[in-house]
Design a protein around this ligand. Structure first.
Ligand code: 13P
Ligand code: SF4
Length: 301
């Protein structure tokens, strides 16, 4: 009998499909993916697809972004319930209300948002380019949705006040400053790499604030050999496989887990290719209004 992995490889070739995975996916999913990356790397990949079918192993807004950028392709998500609670914290009506209160402001939306929120925004950003994106807008007032932590981090970096929406990532919110303090006592030489979705007390204890893709680059370029990794557990798979001589210490391995990212399994990837489900779609009127906001971000290098 063929293994699940063999069946996936066969079906992938038959369907002309590729498997994209976010850095927070489980180890087995990352092992079978053709490409694993952070939100920006996945968006760039989705904008330049050569295959007709993509099995998108990530949360729903990521697959939606791929649909908006490549509407002619078939984008499948192996578990349609794999959503992002932070993205669900703001909807288009709430954003319109905020815009009405600040008519002169530009809206920057974190890519962790729905297509309808992107359709109401001026420009999108990810955690790896948020500073550059906001900087590109010049002196204008900025409404930042939905992540108060990423927005707070950027505002601090630019020495500005943002109009911050009160959203957050429940997984990163579970990481506390005391966790870092305790871990630092055990590993005083380790470099603390934290994700900007962490709250301020945690961010203040970090040596480096990086997106998941930036963590991979930083760790491989660094002369240091020990790192405390302050983000979702899944990133440790890439960090370890790409840097065999270095040590990565995950913070709170039992709590820093995104249950939505972990809904996707190797079995569900196989079923997705067998049944060509679940196909992700975005109504064309929303996609047409959202595409500019994502493309403007991709134009910023
Ligand atoms: P990045 O991979 O861009 O760092 O994003 C983290 C995240 O929370 C995605 O949901
Ligand atoms: Fe959303 Fe946080 Fe999960 Fe990323 S880690 S998908 S921001 S809940």
């Amino acid at each position: 009998m063929k293994s699940i992995e063999e069946q996936i490889q066969e079906l992938k070739a038959e369907r002309g499909a590729t498997i994209l995975a976010h850095n927070y996916q489980g180890d087995e999913v990352q092992a079978i993916a053709d490409f694993t990356g952070d939100s920006l790397e996945l968006s760039r990949k989705a904008a330049n697809l050569t295959e007709d079918v993509v099995v998108f192993c990530g949360v729903h807004f990521m697959a939606e972004t791929a649909v908006i950028l490549s509407p002619q392709k078939t984008i499948l998500i192996p578990d349609p319930d794999s959503g992002c609670p932070m993205a669900d914290m703001v909807n288009a009506a709430q954003l319109r209300e905020l815009k009405a209160k600040h008519p002169g402001a530009k809206v920057v939306c974190y890519v962790n948002s729905s297509a309808e929120v992107k359709a109401e925004s001026d420009i999108c950003c990810t955690s790896s380019n948020a500073v550059k994106v906001c900087e590109s807008l010049g002196e204008v007032e900025i409404i930042f949705v939905p992540d108060r932590n990423l927005g707070g981090f950027v505002a601090e970096k630019l020495g500005k006040e943002f109009i911050l929406y009160n959203g957050f990532c429940p997984t990163h919110e579970r990481i506390r400053d005391i966790d870092i303090i305790e871990m630092k006592k055990k590993h005083p030489e380790a470099v603390v790499m934290a994700h900007p979705e962490c709250n301020k007390p945690v961010r203040d204890l970090a040596d480096e604030l990086l997106s998941t893709g930036q963590m991979c680059h930083f760790a491989s370029e660094s002369n240091q050999t020990e790192f405390i990794v302050v983000t979702e557990i899944g990133i440790n798979y890439r960090l370890r496989t790409e840097n065999p001589g270095k040590t990565f210490i995950p913070i709170n391995p039992d709590r820093a887990v995104c249950p939505n990212m972990k809904k996707i399994t190797v079995e569900k990837i196989l079923w997705s290719l067998q049944d060509m489900k679940a196909r992700v779609t975005v109504p064309s009127d929303i996609a047409d209004r959202a595409v500019g906001c994502i493309q403007r971000m991709l134009e910023i290098q």
